[in-house]
Design a protein around this ligand. Structure first.
Ligand SMILES: [Ca+2]
Ligand SMILES: [Ca+2]
Length: 265
């Protein structure tokens, strides 16, 4: 596309890319597109006197025309994380980092958060590890099953004190205290219970026994007295039941006889 100025006999040409000269008669060094277009960041650049060109390569490529692969794995600073990678493999135009379990991304820098796919139950907290996680369970739950399994405190180490009965529950346990003890673990002596047992409780048990004994004595005395009267009436007759009582009547007689003697004296 040229225009000719007749006045001063000059040409003005609009040349294609990398074509130079007043009449576009000179082809520049980039005209032949020497840079590999897939491997370059920007267009080919020519120097001022059109004797040379420069290709700006992508990082994966090198060489004048960006056609040579860069061996990233052999470079002075390999891209793969040194501690998270067990192998770096170079390929044309790229490289591959083989990450240790638990790490991800192209260069193995990311510690995978295993907690993102885990639920710790019953109020537990997930702690991310390397290729692992831990459920920090609330008390009463075991972390072997993401805090879903109850700990049987009673079978592990009976926490109840002073002879209390341990009762396991989901996520906890309880102690059924022996009389005289209170508290969650039955560790405390019940001060009220102490008074009852030392004073009142003795008489609750002993009182009826004593009362019953006294009652029996009174009844016995009454019966003895009645028998003593009947003894005189039934003397000389055969009566097994009376005779059975005679032993005691005789004793009673002995007991009863002295008073008249005393009176006689
Ligand atoms: Ca490479
Ligand atoms: Ca439990």
């Amino acid at each position: 596309q040229c225009t000719h100025a007749q006045v001063d006999n000059t040409w003005q040409c609009d040349c294609p890319k990398y074509v130079h000269g007043v009449k576009c008669e000179t082809l520049g060094p980039c005209y032949s597109e020497p840079c590999d277009e897939n491997n370059t960041e920007s267009n080919c650049k020519e120097n001022r006197n059109l004797t040379d060109y420069t290709c700006t390569c992508k990082t994966e490529w090198q060489g004048k025309d960006c056609t040579e692969d860069v061996d990233e794995c052999s470079s002075s600073s390999p891209p793969c994380h040194p501690d998270h990678t067990y192998n770096c493999t170079n390929v044309q135009g790229d490289y591959i980092c083989y990450c240790h379990p638990g790490f991800s991304d192209k260069n193995c820098f990311t510690n995978i958060n295993e907690c993102s796919s885990v639920t710790c139950h019953n109020g537990g907290t997930c702690i991310d590890g390397i290729n692992s996680y831990t459920c920090n369970c609330t008390s009463g739950w075991t972390n072997t099953s993401n805090c879903m399994e109850d700990i049987n405190e009673c079978t592990l180490q009976d926490p109840c004190l002073n002879g209390a009965t341990c009762v396991n529950t989901e996520g906890s346990f309880s102690c059924q205290c022996e009389p005289g003890f209170i508290g969650n673990l039955c560790a405390t002596k019940d001060p009220d219970f102490r008074k009852i047992s030392s004073d009142d409780n003795v008489w609750i048990i002993v009182g009826p026994v004593v009362a019953g004994f006294l009652l029996l004595v009174v009844i016995g005395v009454i019966i003895f007295l009645k028998m003593a009267r009947k003894k005189r009436r039934t003397r000389g007759t055969y009566n097994p039941s009376r005779q059975e009582m005679n032993g005691s009547k005789l004793e009673l007689g002995r007991v009863l006889k002295p008073p008249p003697e005393e009176r006689l004296i």
